[in-house]
Design a protein around this ligand. Structure first.
Ligand code: FDP
Length: 341
């Protein structure tokens, strides 16, 4: 660390300080959310460190097969799940956990229960793990609204009832983007301090963008409105320039870019997957929550994404999210289609 150069930046807004400041606005708050968040942050730091070392795995046996001590090493996505489940349970602030990695919800034992339910994808974009492309953790938080035995009904609620949502992107830098319902704020991990520092306060998505992001390999199976929209992106008839295509194939990376640069991210329904691919609780809802908080929109092809009421914990939905004006265009195309039918 260059101490002389760093001396001028000692008044850092860490994520903990930021959340404590927010908490002080609510005198009745007992700090439960701050404690929960600090456990999520710990999970993110742990996974970030494991992801950074993943490329060395074959050399020194960090993931995959057996290490020198003869212990079985875990795959990164399984390891990340264990890390988050343990971090969330040990916070003492959760009752129900839903993870992409686990078929069933986890109900925390009564002595360790708290007032929050957390839905999460511990390591999203898993097909990108082995080639070092950005991947991430996505999470959404609900409040438990009763003191009876918790059930899956406590998370089968519309996204607009989430109290917070966010993601951590393990990319060229490690960034945690969070909303507690008062805007969207981005924190970058300073590896020399081991702290997430507020680097992107009050993120607002541009009202209109010039990038579209979709897996065009599925184009032949798309429905009419999606096909027309993507055609318009490439061959606009109103004299505007064509949009650029960017698709990483990691939702966190594609949504992060969309949030910062504007544009639209689409994972539509198609003939093979009539409900799309992405999962409502821990992909569609948290990202839609962040988009709306940043001034954008999120639409399923039928309605506002956050108004969906999931019936199953691993349910899927088509999703179109991003800049307000760009999502408005796809909404108009679906409305026209509906009028025809
Ligand atoms: P992955 O399959 O690599 O885990 O839902 C998971 C996800 O990645 C998203 O992160 C990503 O946006 C999407 O699937 C990519 O799907 P396609 O490969 O079908 O484009």
């Amino acid at each position: 660390m260059d101490h002389a150069a760093d001396a001028h930046r000692t008044d850092l807004m860490t994520i903990t300080r930021f959340v404590l400041n927010e908490q002080s606005k609510y005198p009745e708050s007992r700090g439960d959310f701050t404690i929960l968040l600090s456990h999520i942050v710990l999970g993110c730091k742990f996974v970030c460190s494991a992801v950074n070392k993943a490329g060395l795995a074959k050399l020194i046996g960090l993931a995959g097969e057996t290490n020198i001590q003869g212990e079985e090493q875990k795959k990164l996505d399984v390891l990340s799940n264990d890390v988050f489940v343990k971090a969330l349970v040990s916070s003492g602030r959760t009752s129900v956990l839903v993870s992409e990695e686990d078929e069933e919800a986890t109900f925390v034992e009564s002595s360790k229960r708290g007032k929050y339910c957390v839905v999460f994808d511990p390591l999203d974009g898993s097909s990108n793990i082995d080639c070092g492309v950005s991947i991430g953790t996505i999470f959404g938080i609900y409040t438990l609204t009763h003191t009876d035995e918790p059930t899956t009904e406590d998370v089968l609620k519309p996204g607009n009832e989430m109290v917070a949502a966010g993601y951590c992107m393990y990319g060229s830098s490690c960034m945690l983007v969070l909303s507690t319902g008062t805007g969207v704020h981005g924190f970058t991990l300073d590896p020399s301090l081991g702290e997430f520092i507020l680097t992107h306060p009050d993120i607002k998505i541009p009202k209109k963008g010039n990038i579209y992001s979709v897996n065009e390999g599925n184009a032949r199976n798309w429905d009419g409105p999606t096909t027309k929209y993507v055609e318009k992106c490439k061959f606009p008839k109103d004299g505007s320039p064509a949009k650029s295509l960017r698709y990483v194939g990691s939702m966190v990376a594609d949504v992060h870019r969309t949030l910062l640069y504007g544009g639209i991210f689409l994972y539509p329904a198609d003939k093979k997957s009539p409900n799309g691919k992405l999962r409502v609780l821990y992909e569609v809802f948290p990202m839609s929550f962040l988009m709306e908080q940043a001034g954008g929109q999120a639409f399923t092809g039928k309605k506002r994404a956050l108004d969906l009421v999931p019936e199953k914990i691993h349910e899927r939905s088509p999703i179109f999210l991003g800049s307000y004006d760009d999502v408005e265009e796809i909404k108009a195309l679906y409305a026209m289609e509906e009028e025809k039918n």
